[in-house]
Design a protein around this ligand. Structure first.
Ligand SMILES: [Zn+2]
Ligand SMILES: [Zn+2]
Ligand SMILES: [Zn+2]
Ligand SMILES: [Zn+2]
Length: 173
């Protein structure tokens, strides 16, 4: 009969704090004390050492800052292509993208039939095959067509004929 035994220190101690890795502020438990320390720092002390240089946001972890920059600042591309997922920071970039990728902009136009080609060599081949003309490429330098906005606008008028009709590569004549 435990008569006279008023206090039971061993029992009460076990009940008060069972885990050493328990947050004393919210009761959350962690298996590692380092995680608990991180929790207290970020959740309760609100320590955010990683600050964004482009706005006033700050983050507890470096990769969260990185995600923030990516999603908030590097996506400052308000011009979205209506035909695909591409986004652009400038309207002119989107226009060029549309012309080249979606509207089949081809800067090399056959002088005989008006067909356009993306590459000069393709045009030369076309002329040889279809028109039996060995078209010597004028103005050498590079094989690829570096299309500038000025060129696009200049050539815009020559692009009025339907492009990609039938989508076949066989020329009508
Ligand atoms: Zn906590
Ligand atoms: Zn920011
Ligand atoms: Zn697009
Ligand atoms: Zn032709």
């Amino acid at each position: 009969m435990l008569r006279g035994a008023v206090s039971k220190p061993t029992y009460s101690r076990r009940h008060s704090s069972s885990s050493p890795t328990q947050c004393h502020l919210c009761g959350k438990t962690y298996t590692e004390s380092s995680n608990l320390a991180k929790h207290i720092k970020t959740v309760h002390l609100k320590l955010r050492p990683f600050k964004c240089k482009q706005c006033s946001s700050s983050f507890a972890e470096k990769n969260k800052l990185g995600k923030h920059i990516q999603s908030v600042h590097e996506r400052a591309r308000p011009y979205k292509c209506e035909l695909c997922e591409a986004t652009f920071s400038q309207a002119s970039d989107r226009k060029r993208h549309r012309l080249v990728l979606h509207e089949g902009f081809r800067p090399y136009v056959c002088e005989h039939c008006g067909r356009a080609f993306g590459r000069r060599s393709s045009l030369a081949q076309h002329c040889q095959r279809v028109h039996k003309v060995a078209r010597t490429a004028d103005g050498g330098g590079g094989g690829t067509a570096a299309v500038t906005m000025a060129e696009l606008q200049r050539m815009g008028s020559t692009m009025m004929y339907p492009l990609g009709v039938g989508s076949g590569s066989v020329a009508p004549h």
